[in-house]
Design a protein around this ligand. Structure first.
Ligand code: SF4
Length: 145
């Protein structure tokens, strides 16, 4: 069964600052043939590098106050459709991201403060019934394979 992975965890340099969040275990998974790599923010038309964004009152703003909500909505929907078209039932996502974060995200103050909630992509995946894990509970994800 295929599963979707945040592309930055698999070494793709799609983070806002042009780096990745490469994780050795995820790199092995990415080579397994079962992983579908997506970056919702790139799918939403944002570039690398880009200004950092956080969620505030159900919208997304960058650190200059520019509203990026439409990019995040568009990217999340495209990435959801990719996951569904591959029949993915599980997702391994980057924790705390305004797209991929699950359970908690940064609070919109750009002061590294976490608040309960999900990124836009994680929220759509959850609504679609896809089971979500992050790199912080990757052992639980591995147990499902
Ligand atoms: S949107 Fe997701 S996959 Fe893309 S850089 Fe952010 S956390 Fe990684």
């Amino acid at each position: 069964m295929k599963y979707v992975i945040s592309a930055c965890l698999a070494g793709i340099t799609c983070r806002y600052d042009g780096f990745s969040n490469s994780n050795d275990t995820v790199l092995r998974l990415a080579r397994s043939g079962s992983a579908v790599l997506v970056c919702p923010e790139l799918l939403g038309g944002l570039s690398v590098p880009r200004t950092p964004c956080e969620i505030l009152h159900d919208r997304v703003y960058d650190n200059h106050g520019s509203d990026k909500t439409k990019n995040f909505e568009r990217g999340a929907l495209k990435a959801l459709n990719i996951a569904l078209s591959h029949g993915c039932a599980r997702a391994l996502l980057k924790a705390r991201s305004p797209s991929c974060g699950y359970g908690c995200v940064y609070d919109g103050t750009f002061h590294h403060v976490l608040t309960p909630g999900c990124g836009f992509y994680a929220a759509l995946l959850e609504k679609a019934g896809i089971k979500i894990f992050t790199e912080e509970n990757i052992r639980a994800f591995l147990d499902t394979l």
